[in-house]
Design a protein around this ligand. Structure first.
Ligand code: FES
Length: 124
């Protein structure tokens, strides 16, 4: 198993009028995942400050060396947590990160924003 990193944008908010909301929805998602992930193997949670999909909050991404990168958007800060954790384990367990579509949790099926291919191997 190659551990996967789950990046979560902690600055995400649903609208500009939420600027004073504490915590922001992205931070709330990160906090909920932090609580739930304590006893989970194979997932490293990493906060980030914007991934450029600000109009589609909340945003998170799964990435690992030699695996597909999946960016997810329009995530609920509370209702997406269990599906994100389930998919994190699937992504970590899968050699190339290509978890079969029908095996993915519903949140992952519905909230894919973009999928990035594996980087080419340029080693000499
Ligand atoms: S503020 Fe979250 S993606 Fe930009």
């Amino acid at each position: 198993m190659t551990p996967s990193t789950l990046f979560v944008c902690v600055l995400c908010r649903f609208s500009a009028s939420e600027s004073k909301a504490v915590p922001r929805p992205g931070q709330a998602l990160f906090d909920e995942l932090s609580k739930a992930i304590e006893h989970s193997d194979g997932i490293t949670l990493q906060p980030v400050r914007c991934m450029g999909a600000c109009r589609s909050a909340c945003v998170a991404a799964f990435a690992a060396p030699n695996k597909l990168t999946l960016v997810l958007s329009n995530l609920s800060p509370t209702e997406s947590v269990s599906d994100l954790l389930q998919f994190g384990h699937q992504h970590a367990s899968c050699t190339d990160g290509k978890v079969p579509y029908k095996e993915r949790p519903e949140t992952i099926k519905q909230k894919i924003h973009v999928v990035l291919p594996l980087l080419p191997n340029h080693s000499p």
